[in-house]
Design a protein around this ligand. Structure first.
Ligand code: GTP
Ligand code: MG
Length: 200
């Protein structure tokens, strides 16, 4: 799929104020700093469409980007950023949870995981919570440029084994690097296919 148009539409903290046009949307979630905003820029080939930072906690709002005037990419705040403080973390958690549980237009949630790390409790708990709430999701391993292909394969195998302890089957799984543009074709093909299935 070609992306011919990518435009920022709005940022807000309230799911009730998100766009009401009913276009399907694909949201990005994961720990702070995992690379959500960078991935949106990589997919759209725009350097600064979504704001990124080396410091965790950059994205604090629900951000809608309209693609080809047909569907949305949604950049969400990251979870688990310790230095935000208890109240800050709770308010971000409320934003994330209300978006994920209430947003009817959300067609798929991409859960981002840093491919360098072993499965972390915070991510596994989050994935379990998605399952309990029957949220449609896929897994995206990020920062694949940072380690060798063999180590990535090893880490993904460990992840698969861990998830298969509780899941009967695994969701779609992608490996990406925003700096090397890896995984772009696969993710866009998946979005195109999903749009097709929901009649777009
Ligand atoms: P929050 O908004 O704080 O939750 O973070 P985020 O998940 O949106 O992460 P962001 O895209 O801002 O990226 C965090 C840092 O990781 C930045 O310094 C990025 O340049 C870097 N980064 C993101 N993706 C990649 C990647 O694929 N490869 C490399 N080498 N660095 C990456
Ligand atoms: Mg961000």
């Amino acid at each position: 799929m070609e992306i011919t148009r990518a435009e920022f539409v709005m940022s807000n903290t309230d799911v009730k104020c998100c766009p009401s046009d009913g276009y399907p949307e694909y949201a990005f979630i994961g720990r702070s700093n995992v690379g959500k905003s960078s991935l949106i820029n990589m997919l759209t080939c725009r350097k600064n469409l979504a704001l990124t930072s080396q410091t965790p906690g950059k994205t604090q709002l629900i951000n809608h980007f309209l693609i080809n005037k047909e569907w949305y990419l949604v950049d969400l705040p990251g979870y688990g950023y310790a230095r935000r403080g208890k109240e800050g973390r709770a308010s971000i958690a409320r934003i994330i949870e209300s978006y994920i549980l209430q947003r009817e237009a959300m067609t798929n949630l991409f859960v981002l995981l840093d491919c360098r790390h072993d499965p972390k409790t915070i991510d596994l708990d989050f994935i379990t919570w998605l399952g309990e709430n029957t949220v449609p999701f896929s897994l995206v391993f990020t920062k694949a440029d940072k380690i060798s292909r063999l180590r990535i394969e090893d880490n993904i195998r460990i992840y698969r084994e861990k998830l298969l302890e509780t899941w009967e089957e695994l969701p779609p799984l992608f490996v990406t690097s925003s700096t090397k543009c890896k995984g772009r074709e696969e993710l866009l093909a998946y979005i195109a296919e999903t749009n097709h299935l929901c009649g777009k």
